[in-house]
Design a protein around this ligand. Structure first.
Ligand code: M6R
Length: 608
């Protein structure tokens, strides 16, 4: 999604804006632009395509001198990607300039009113409406004007705004789109996400909904809509700056796959004490856990897949009914939740618009909401009743790997904890599970070390048109993730099927040479899966099998086998996902795709 950056200080703004926007590139975008104010004159450069186009057009910012500026990477929503639709957007007099992340839902109504008043629009964007409204209501007082405009806008926004008659002030405001403020030595910075400011500061303020920020070189003032000052503590970001860099790897995705052993260990270790699961931040007493009658896991994309795995584990271990639902569905269907329902929202970014709306829906109905979130201080983390962080560190590649792996182990930890409290697990079984859990990081490391083998195999399928992933039970959950990973970065059509469902239609698509990736790690479903593999193979499919060591019989029912180390039946997804991630990655690399920034996708989906 769009990224915004703004700077006011004693250094040249343009290079800082370009640098910050580069750090936000991972969010996904199709055009970019910057505007800088010097001596009350605002100049801007914007262009369709990559940020480097703006860098070239401005000679890395040299042609836009000035120490106050805003910048933007745009992910098109209203109007095609083009120079004119790119942000920033200025009013006719070039006195007000705006960058925007989000969607103004009532923009057409507002636009028509402005047209009636004689305003002309040059772009198709909803953002230009914001600029023109600021122009219309401007009374010389930026704060009052912004508040007036806020009252008229419906939708979501994080805005960076400059008024040329306040050439030392940078304004910003947010509603349902992320916005942070960083306090640097040379000045102050706004951004959509922490990586954009890390080079300059580690002290950031998380801006809440309907707060307005006024930055000068020295000061940060935060106001509410009643123009009252809001006092806020800054948060120290203790990430290693390198965590948001590629560190010698060809792509962030590859680096992040390699981060997985540490990320998983960091997520697990603080929660194991004396062979038992202790999740201090859970915010649920044992009594409360005993009172839970139903769990909803609500999420999007890969986080949703982690929820499906979680359902299998939680229901089997703790015997609590679990329903897993896509946030975009849950939020609009009046779900039946009450005080005895726990709603778990899983999200890497903590800013996904649908997941955030689902959280509010659940809270509004009286449910207790637990967030499983990666980005510290994000909206979902702040609005949930309690939050269990996944300690994956910053994830930059659009295709999630390490955050997903941490979401999986978080769901295992929760299931084990609930089973423990409900007395549904013996001490001996718990000890065995804890031992297996602790082994996952090393087992993942081992699987990663076999990457060349998977690369070789992937290279044979670069021209594939369709690839199917099949599995049963928990292996169906990982098939969905394997399929998504492949299609989102390689653009090869792919579907995941519960293997038993194939014969109800899909098997008619299997023809000579169709690649079917079959995951079979569950002992009780092993024979059934073997039959399904034979079924597709006898119709011409080439079968790639992912199974546990020792399942030698699989060799006879498949054409290529990848073995994962042995673990108990609940944790196999954490291991099976590694070859599937590598497979998707190497197919995408081999096809020359932009692995870290796949077309049409955004890392943080902050609009519906
Ligand atoms: O930030 P979130 O975890 O809420 O994001 C959810 C999905 O948008 C995300 O998992 C998406 O499906 C990824 N591209 C998958 O790799």
């Amino acid at each position: 999604m769009c990224g915004i950056v703004g700077y006011v200080g004693n250094e040249q703004a343009a290079p800082i804006l370009l640098d910050g926007l580069e750090k936000l590139e991972y969010r996904g975008y199709d055009s970019a632009g910057i505007a800088v104010c010097q001596d009350g004159k605002i100049k801007m450069t914007k262009a369709k395509g990559r940020l480097k186009v703006v860098g070239e057009l401005t000679h890395n910012g040299e042609t836009l001198p000035g120490t106050l500026g805003i910048g933007h990477t745009r992910w098109a929503t209203h109007g095609e990607p083009s120079d004119v639709n790119a942000h920033p957007h200025m009013n006719k007099e070039n006195s007000i300039v705006v960058v925007h992340n989000g969607i103004i839902e009532n923009y057409l109504k507002l636009k028509n009113r402005l047209i009636e008043k004689g305003y002309e629009f040059v772009s198709e964007t909803d953002t230009e409406v914001v600029t023109q409204m600021l122009d219309y209501y401007y009374n010389g007082n930026p704060l009052q004007t912004i508040i007036k405009v806020m009252h008229r806008m419906e939708g979501s926004y994080a805005l960076g705004i400059i008024f040329n008659d306040h050439p030392h002030q940078l304004y910003a405001v947010r509603k349902d789109s992320p916005l942070i403020v960083g306090k640097a030595k040379s000045g102050n910075i706004i951004a959509s996400d922490v990586p954009a400011v890390l080079k300059y500061t580690r002290d950031v303020y998380f801006i809440e909904n309907e707060e307005i920020v006024c930055l000068t070189e020295e000061d940060i003032e935060i106001f509410n809509v009643d123009e009252e000052i809001v006092h806020k503590e800054s948060v120290r970001i203790d990430w290693d700056v390198n965590a948001a860099e590629k560190g010698g790897y060809e792509h962030f995705m590859l680096k992040e796959m390699y981060d997985q052993p540490k990320a998983i260990a960091d997520t697990i270790s603080p929660r194991i004490k004396d062979g038992k699961i202790e999740i201090e931040e859970l915010g649920l007493s044992d009594e409360m856990i005993r009172g839970i009658r139903k769990i909803f896991v609500v999420a999007c994309g890969s986080a949703y897949h982690a929820g499906i795995t979680g359902k299998y584990v939680m229901e089997d271990l703790a015997r609590i009914p679990v329903e897993v639902e896509m946030a975009s569905e849950f939020r609009y269907r009046n779900p039946i939740v009450g005080e005895d329902t726990l709603v778990i929202i899983i999200s890497q970014s903590g800013e996904t618009a649908d997941s955030l709306a689902a959280l509010r829906e659940a809270k509004g109905k009286g449910a207790k909401v637990l967030g499983i979130v990666n980005v510290v201080g994000s909206s979902i983390a702040r609005e949930a009743d309690s939050v269990m962080y996944t300690w994956a560190g910053p994830e930059i590649a659009v295709a999630t790997t390490k955050a997903y792996s941490c979401q999986l182990v978080s769901m295992y930890l929760l299931s084990m904890k609930f089973a423990q409290v409900l007395g549904r697990i013996t001490d001996e079984k718990m000890l065995n599970l804890v031992e297996d859990l602790k082994k996952i990081p090393d087992q993942v490391e081992l699987l990663l070390s076999h990457k060349e083998r998977i690369q070789k195999f992937a290279n044979r399928y670069l021209a594939a048109k369709d690839i199917f992933f099949i599995g049963r039970g928990i292996d169906y959950a990982i098939s969905m993730e394997g399929s998504l990973k492949l299609k989102e970065i390689s653009y090869i059509h792919s579907e995941a099927y519960a293997a038993g469902e194939l014969k109800h239609g899909t098997i008619s698509l299997v023809e000579d040479g169709t690649l079917v990736a079959a995951v079979l790690t569950q002992e009780d479903l092993y024979k059934k899966m073997l039959s399904n593999m034979v079924e597709v193979r006898s119709r011409g499919a080439f079968v790639l099998a992912v199974t546990q060591e020792g399942n030698d019989e699989v060799e006879r029912a498949s054409d290529y086998v990848i073995y994962i180390p042995n673990t108990n039946k609940y944790f196999t997804n954490s291991l099976a996902v590694i070859p599937l991630q590598l497979f998707g990655y190497y197919i995408a690399v081999g096809r020359g795709c932009d692995v870290d920034k796949p077309r049409n996708l955004a890392k943080s989906v902050t609009v519906e």
